[in-house]
Design a protein around this ligand. Structure first.
Ligand code: BJ8
Length: 424
């Protein structure tokens, strides 16, 4: 942290100060052990180190200041929620997914034990008074993607009183597209009501260019990871993708572009984070929210490099740009609906696009192994892993199911090491 004392701000947000101090201590230790111990990191990662050190400090202060200036804060849990609409209403959009095992016993008073770790974590963080993002949100947007989230939002609304749910269809027929377009329009109306600001064509154009610029910077980062030797570790690239959900989008784009400039130089000089020819792994599946760095730490601690994340905290979030060629607010809604319905979440059936996307990514990133990662009890991704395995015929494949605890760390490490050994 910057050394500034944020206690008053945290108190004002209603955090449990004792629990919160414990969480920051654990986070800081994990970050030092996993991130700061890496060798040969790009210099531009210093910015992201700083962001993490201030993730509950300076960034929250910025958000609190934005609220005082009259802006509304919208927390989201899913990449289907159109960020452009939030920005066009002059709102602040932040991702709320949580990646640490916190407050499970509290969460289990509202949801079953066999719920995925991500859902348990967002309930647990709130119930333990640990999440300044949830506390600063004026509106929390949920979605009807998987059953676990859909039902957890009912309890989450009982607890917070600020949940709004978007209905996401589970197929992509013409009728589903109509339903989704009407949901995008309903969300626009909700944002106008929340903020008191009319969403205009000009506002949407500006928002589209901000969000597309962020996507382009992330796409550039993704392409640079195709080089051998890889110019950046998977851990660092994952972190950049995680930060993209929290940071101010314009500043984030600028700093990610700086990182990419440095990576381009590294590629031209043949500088990498691992030796040329080191095994290259594509990680595919459930999202990895901050501070879930477990699998990447295992992969990279075993002598391989994670070169891509086929995940919502990764490719699924930035692969498709919004078509900015719209001439009216209604046309913008249609383009938004179409762009967001292109996302290939395992909650859809059928979801064949995802299989093709994984194959293309494996080829483009020159991955020589695919590790399919599902959070335990994440039925959509656990189920779809079987179809992915059948589709990935030319590349060695491995399926992993785990949660946020460290109990299976040793067992996973043994399996991943054996897999990587086979790739050499
Ligand atoms: S678009 S992946 S962000 S829903 S891990 S809570 S799916 S049981 S997070 Fe997701 Fe949107 Fe899909 Fe992406 Fe349910 Fe699975 Fe838990 Fe999950």
């Amino acid at each position: 942290m910057s050394g500034k004392d944020y206690t008053k701000m945290w108190e004002g947000l209603g955090l449990n100060l004792e629990n919160h101090a414990g969480l920051l201590g654990v986070l800081s230790k994990a970050y030092t052990d996993i991130y700061l111990s890496q060798k040969n990191r790009p210099k531009a990662m210093e910015y992201f180190d700083f962001v993490i050190s201030e993730v509950h400090g300076l960034r929250i202060e910025e958000i609190v200041n934005a609220k005082e200036a009259g802006r509304k804060v919208v927390g989201t849990f899913c990449v289907y929620v159109p960020e452009e609409i939030v920005l066009a209403a002059n709102g602040v959009c932040i991702g709320l997914c949580a990646g640490a095992e916190v407050g499970s016993s509290e969460a289990e008073k509202f949801i079953p034990r066999n719920t995925c770790a991500l859902i348990k974590a967002f309930m647990g963080f709130k119930l333990s008074g640990l999440c300044p993002y949830v506390e600063s949100s004026d509106l929390i947007v949920g979605e009807t993607t998987c059953d676990g989230k859909k039902k957890a939002y009912e309890s989450f609304n009982d607890i917070t009183g600020k949940v709004y749910v978007m209905e996401i269809p589970h197929m992509k027929t013409a009728e589903d597209r109509k339903l989704w377009l009407s949901e995008v329009r309903r969300f626009k109306a909700k944002m106008e009501e929340l903020t008191g600001n009319k969403i205009t064509l000009e506002g949407l154009k500006k928002a589209a260019s901000i969000v597309n610029a962020k996507r382009k910077a992330l796409q550039r980062l993704s392409r640079l990871r195709a080089a051998d030797p890889a110019p950046i570790s998977g851990l660092d690239a994952l972190l950049v993708n995680q930060v993209s959900f929290y940071d101010d989008p314009v500043r984030f784009t600028e700093m990610t572009s700086k990182l990419c400039d440095e990576l381009e130089q590294r590629v031209s000089q043949g500088t990498g984070v691992a030796a040329k020819g080191a095994p290259r792994i594509l990680v595919s599946g459930s999202p990895m929210a901050i501070p879930n760095w477990k699998l990447h730490a295992i992969i990279e601690g075993s002598g391989a490099v994670a070169v891509g994340e086929e995940s919502c905290i990764g490719e699924r979030n930035h692969r498709d740009l919004l078509d900015e060629n719209f001439g009216s607010v209604d046309e913008a809604m249609e383009k938004l609906a179409s762009r967001y319905l292109g996302i290939d979440c395992a909650c859809f059936t059928p979801n064949d696009e995802r299989l093709g996307n994984i194959k293309a990514l494996t080829k483009n990133l020159h991955a020589n192994g695919v590790i399919h990662y599902s959070l335990q009890f994440c039925t959509p991704y656990m189920m779809e892993a079987y179809r992915v395995e059948k589709a990935i015929t030319e590349t060695p494949f491995m399926r992993i199911e785990t949660d946020y605890s460290m109990e299976d760390f040793g067992q996973l490490k043994t399996r991943v090491e054996a897999f990587i050994e086979m790739l050499k």
